[in-house]
Design a protein around this ligand. Structure first.
Ligand SMILES: [Zn+2]
Length: 82
């Protein structure tokens, strides 16, 4: 499922999504920080998949419904529908 102009993590509609972006400004920032963290983890361990990283991250997050969880859920859905 992919709607252009709609954030994958929340239902906020975005007038003009930059090419390749699937998140609103807030969730794009969270996504960028997840990517940065993933790269740091990958540099240390070398063999962590994006999916494993996200699942681990989700397990570490004790509170559900946070913005970071919404981004992780959206990313995991992307992987599953591939
Ligand atoms: Zn959003």
């Amino acid at each position: 499922m992919h709607y252009l102009g709609k954030c994958l993590a929340c239902s906020e509609k975005i007038q003009s999504l930059p090419a390749g972006n699937t998140y609103c400004y807030l969730h794009q920032q969270i996504f960028d920080s997840l990517i940065a963290e993933y790269k740091a983890v990958f540099d240390v361990y070398g063999s962590t998949s994006w999916q494993d990283f996200l699942l681990k991250k989700l397990a570490e997050t004790e509170v559900s419904g946070l913005d970071v969880n919404k981004v992780i859920d959206a990313e995991l859905k992307k992987i599953k529908t591939k």
